[in-house]
Design a protein around this ligand. Structure first.
Ligand SMILES: [Zn+2]
Length: 288
């Protein structure tokens, strides 16, 4: 019997939508959308001469007929799903629904920011399970979210606006450390939910926070990219993010940390899933 990714108990796991049913209800379907979800996974190793060695799998677990918004994963138990996860969904719903529908009239207060940030943390933890090779979030963090239902120390979460495909994600990971680590320990997970774009990032490497990762937590990062920082909290009222992200720019945003050189040299992984064929799947941010 497999274990639930949150409570770590052996249990029968329930198959759940990655984008919850209530979310999908508020996202209009595009009748012209391609009828097959695209899910790409890959691993890259940079050797001592700076050469890239890459593998690319164009048919990840979620690549099947039907839209990405309808994809499911079987990684959590019924107890978690029907309990704390359901309560977290309900808490975020009133704040997310208008924004999913591109209505930004009402600024987000502190409890709204926390609710969306905790919800985005949960989303990132579930969606990264779609590719076991690039899982980068620790069990400790998953347990902490389950117990507290609040965003976690060390995480950075940004809110933006999306006008592209309403359900897609880009999960970029790295194995950072001096000891030839193979397991991923650092991630940037960017995803869309209707008119909302969310970007979450965290690292299990403690010293990494002082060596660069936390620099992205500054207001400048958000300002430059037209995002609003939700976590750690910056303002008691968060209004409408200034920039609207297209699909093409989404790939750039998803790989921005890697492009900025903050992932350093070492194994890295990428994991992207998109609902349409409008991206060139080989355009991953690794080509310079
Ligand atoms: Zn569980």
């Amino acid at each position: 019997m497999r274990r639930c990714i949150f409570c770590d108990q052996s249990a029968s796991l329930t198959k759940e939508h990655i984008w919850a049913s209530w979310v999908r209800k508020f996202i209009p379907r595009d009748p012209t959308a391609p009828k097959r979800a695209l899910h790409t996974t890959g691993l890259t190793l940079i050797d001592e001469d700076g050469r890239y060695q890459s593998t690319m799998n164009l048919r990840g677990k979620l690549a099947r007929s039907g839209e990405m918004l309808d994809r499911k994963l079987q990684v959590v138990c019924g107890h978690c799903n029907g309990g704390w996860m359901s309560r977290l969904q309900k808490r975020a719903k009133p704040y997310l629904v208008p924004r999913i529908q591109s209505n930004w009239a009402q600024p987000l207060d502190e409890s709204g920011q926390r609710a969306i940030a905790a919800w985005a943390t949960m989303f990132a933890m579930v969606v990264e399970q779609a590719d076991p090779d690039t899982i980068a979030i620790s069990q400790r963090d998953r347990t902490a979210l389950m117990l507290g239902s609040e965003p976690l120390p060390g995480w950075l979460i940004f809110l933006g606006r999306n006008r592209g495909v309403p359900g897609k994600f880009y999960h970029l990971t790295a194995a950072i450390g001096d000891d030839g680590l193979k397991a991923m320990n650092t991630h940037v997970t960017t995803f869309t939910v209707g008119g909302v774009l969310l970007q979450t990032m965290s690292s299990q490497v403690n010293y990494y926070e002082t060596s660069g990762f936390s620099k992205t937590g500054t207001e400048q990062y958000a300002d430059k990219l037209g995002l609003c920082r939700l976590w750690p909290p910056l303002s008691s009222r968060v209004g409408m993010p200034t920039r609207v992200w297209s699909d093409q720019d989404f790939v750039l945003l998803g790989s921005i940390m890697e492009r900025a050189g903050l992932f350093g040299k070492g194994p890295s992984g990428l994991h992207q899933a998109i609902a349409s064929g409008q991206f060139d799947p080989t355009y991953t941010g690794y080509r310079r």
